[in-house]
Design a protein around this ligand. Structure first.
Ligand SMILES: *Cc1c(COP(=O)(O)O)cnc(C)c1O
Length: 378
């Protein structure tokens, strides 16, 4: 593990596993090793593909001997690791995804970073990993985004996608929780997802998550297991699967890697957080905004049967996925078995169009952020 050994002094974050974090020393500036050759001048921010362009710097923070070491910011670069590194064998790894937005006046805001930090720590708990001190995480995140703020593209749907992650770094292939970990953050400038009308298939054979499993943790393994069924769906012309409960395939859970909403009758409905669904921050934001506008939102178990009935009798007006990467993905087609249903065309007053626009305005600072969702960085 060669990258980013700290140059700064050591901050000792003693972490007694069962008692949560306790910070011994803090308030220290994060050591920054700047790149000597920015890649920005040779990067065309108008021609970026999602997840393939990386900004100049990254955060590195190691956990060893029962304590977090001081975080450092170093030039983005490769890692060196032993083939025996634990994560490569047993997938003890988690991640997060959030965005920073550049507003009209050039101000840079993070959207609800504390929610991502809290969720990442719920993932650490489920995956037997050490708790990350929230304030250190936020400080490192803010410093990184500030340092690479020139990488943030401006314009509709443009943003900086931020990827915090953490993995087991013991050089050991015994099955047990690692004793050392590496926490990192890097960032990618992004433009909007190509807004193709999304075709989905309700999955009734494979499962993403199951009761007692890891469905609520943002861990790598959930994604690995979903690739094969998703590929089968793609081979049949569907962009994503709608996951259903693992026991009976009777209840709707999520859509691909997004939470799912339906405008059914005069309500907005979304599956309740049952323990097998990822607790999306976009989901939470949409629910709160919809309620504030007087829209009735129900978080409850939703059966496949009622969605199909809604498609048949035209009481299902809209279906959409929510997640940080695409924000809102409008679903145009839903298939169940051999039956394929098309949803009505969207209008300007469709909930998904209207709420999506409003959320975008908040994130860009174009309307007042009355909920304290933004953290100003620069
Ligand atoms: C990350 C994720 C989401 C969306 O969460 P956001 O916080 O809205 O980005 C939904 N489902 C799964 C499985 C996810 O991993």
């Amino acid at each position: 593990m060669a990258a980013g050994r700290g140059t700064g002094g050591r901050v000792h974050y003693i972490w007694p596993y069962q008692y949560g974090p306790r910070m011994i020393t803090t308030g220290q500036k994060i050591a920054i090793q700047r790149t000597t050759k920015s890649r920005l001048p040779e990067t065309d921010l108008d021609q970026i593909k999602f997840g393939r362009t990386f900004s100049d710097h990254m955060v590195v923070m190691d956990y060893r001997d029962g304590a977090w070491q001081a975080p450092t910011i170093v030039p983005f670069g490769d890692l060196r690791m032993s083939p025996a590194t634990l994560v490569l064998h047993y997938s003890q790894t988690i991640f997060e995804g959030l965005k920073a937005y550049k507003g009209e006046g050039g101000q840079v805001n993070l959207f609800r970073p504390q929610a991502n930090i809290a969720r990442m720590n719920r993932s650490t708990h489920r995956m037997c990993m050490p708790h990350i001190p929230e304030d250190v995480f936020l400080e490192a995140l803010v410093e990184l985004v500030r340092l690479d703020k020139d990488w943030i593209p401006q314009g509709e749907e443009a943003a900086m996608y931020i990827r915090p992650f953490m993995f087991a770094s013991d050089e050991y292939i015994g099955v047990r929780p690692s004793e050392s970990y590496r926490f990192m953050i890097f960032t990618c400038p992004v433009r909007g997802y190509y807004k193709e009308a999304v075709r989905v298939k309700i999955e009734t054979e494979y499962s993403r998550a199951f009761p007692g499993g890891t469905g609520t943790a943002k861990c790598g393994g959930n994604y690995a297991g979903a690739l094969y069924p998703a590929k089968l769906g793609q081979d049949k012309g569907f962009h994503q699967l709608v996951w259903t409960d693992a026991k009976e395939h009777r209840f709707i859970e999520e859509s691909g890697t997004m939470n799912i909403f339906f405008h059914l009758g005069d309500k907005l409905v979304t599956p309740a957080l049952s323990g097998t669904i990822l607790d999306g921050i976009t989901r939470d934001s949409i629910i709160e905004m919809a309620r504030a506008e007087g829209i009735t939102v129900e978080e409850r178990p939703i059966t496949v049967a009622e969605i199909v009935a809604g498609l048949r009798n035209a009481t299902l007006h809209e279906a959409f996925g929510t997640g940080t990467a695409a924000t809102i993905a409008h679903i145009q087609t839903i298939a169940l078995g051999e039956e394929v249903f098309d949803l009505p065309a969207l209008t300007d007053s469709s909930h998904s169009v209207h709420l999506g626009r409003k959320l975008d305005e908040i994130r860009r600072g174009a309307v007042a952020d009355t909920r304290g969702w933004l953290v100003n960085v620069a």
